[in-house]
Write a protein that binds this ligand. Structure first.
Ligand code: GUN
Length: 280
């Protein structure tokens, strides 16, 4: 079984990005900048944002985090986004989700200039991705895509099962796999006989948020299994895949932690650099 080392792959990608930033700086005397807006005190969000900031600085990007209390009103956030949209030193804007209930997520996402939308959540980017045009691509599925391609560079004709239909993961993952000529089945928590669907997969991407849902007897041999889940349970952090069982049958599997997570952040840095390059 190939244990897909997301930490190692992310470090390799960051090294490439570091060189690219130096090259861009030498050529244009400017560096790409990432601004993250963090609202509230949710512990996981604070950890993610801290990691994003640290990694951005490591590869030489200009990195800024703007923090607001939970009680901040929507117009303050929208006005800050409008200001950042106009700021030439900001290549990418990310508003960390989830947002407090009184702030409209759709309004916030749509306020970000699509050219600076490093998350790829703006409808213009979603539409461009599904139409096969150039776009920002959501960081987590992009990271999954790189990990799958590392194991199997030619995905043409493969049967892929995506578990989960979120805008963050399942839907964009489906688009990326379709672009690679996979035959994709989108499944979710209401799918009947999910086990039977999974058994057809040459590739399984589990992004549904159900601890250890995918069992050993759900996976045929030679399948590449990507686990996007991060679930807090009594026995600690676990993915959407039962690692112990699936590692005995799959061709390749990502661990949790140390699989998809580090790649997500590296892809955010890549997206920031891509936004910068498209702006010059
Ligand atoms: N919260 C959890 N994952 C993400 C992500 O990829 N982007 C943003 N903006 N918020 C998140």
């Amino acid at each position: 079984m190939i244990l897909i080392d997301g930490k190692k792959e992310a470090a390799i990608l960051r090294e490439e990005l570091k060189k690219e930033v130096l090259d861009l700086k030498a050529r244009y005397n400017k560096i790409p900048g990432l601004t993250v807006i963090l609202i509230g005190e949710l512990a996981p969000s604070k950890i993610y944002v801290r990691n994003k900031e640290k990694s951005a600085k490591e590869v030489g990007l200009k990195s800024e985090v703007i923090k607001y209390p939970d009680s901040v009103d929507e117009i303050t956030i929208l006005n800050k986004i409008y200001e950042l949209n106009k700021d030439d030193s900001v290549s990418g804007i990310l508003v960390q989700l989830p947002l407090p209930k009184h702030i409209n997520k759709k309004k916030v996402i749509e306020a970000i200039r699509p050219e600076k939308d490093v998350d790829g959540f703006h409808p213009q980017n979603v539409g461009n991705l599904s139409s096969g045009y150039e776009s920002s691509i959501p960081c987590t599925p992009l990271g999954c895509y790189f990990l799958i391609k590392k194991v199997e560079p030619n995905l043409s004709g493969k049967k892929a099962i995506v578990i989960g239909r979120s805008n963050l993961n399942g839907k964009p993952m489906t688009q990326l796999l379709l672009k690679e000529n996979c035959t994709v089945t989108i499944t979710h928590s209401k799918t009947k006989d999910l086990k039977r669907e999974c058994l057809k997969g040459d590739i399984i991407v589990a992004a549904v948020g159900i601890p250890e849902l995918v069992r050993g007897d759900w996976v045929k041999k030679d399948t590449i299994v990507i686990d996007v889940g991060i679930n807090k349970t009594e026995k600690g952090l676990v993915g959407d895949v039962n690692f112990e069982e699936v590692s005995k049958v799959a061709k390749a599997l990502t661990p949790v932690p140390g699989g998809v997570g580090p790649m997500t952040i590296a892809c955010l840095l890549k997206n920031t650099i891509e936004c910068f390059k498209r702006s010059i």
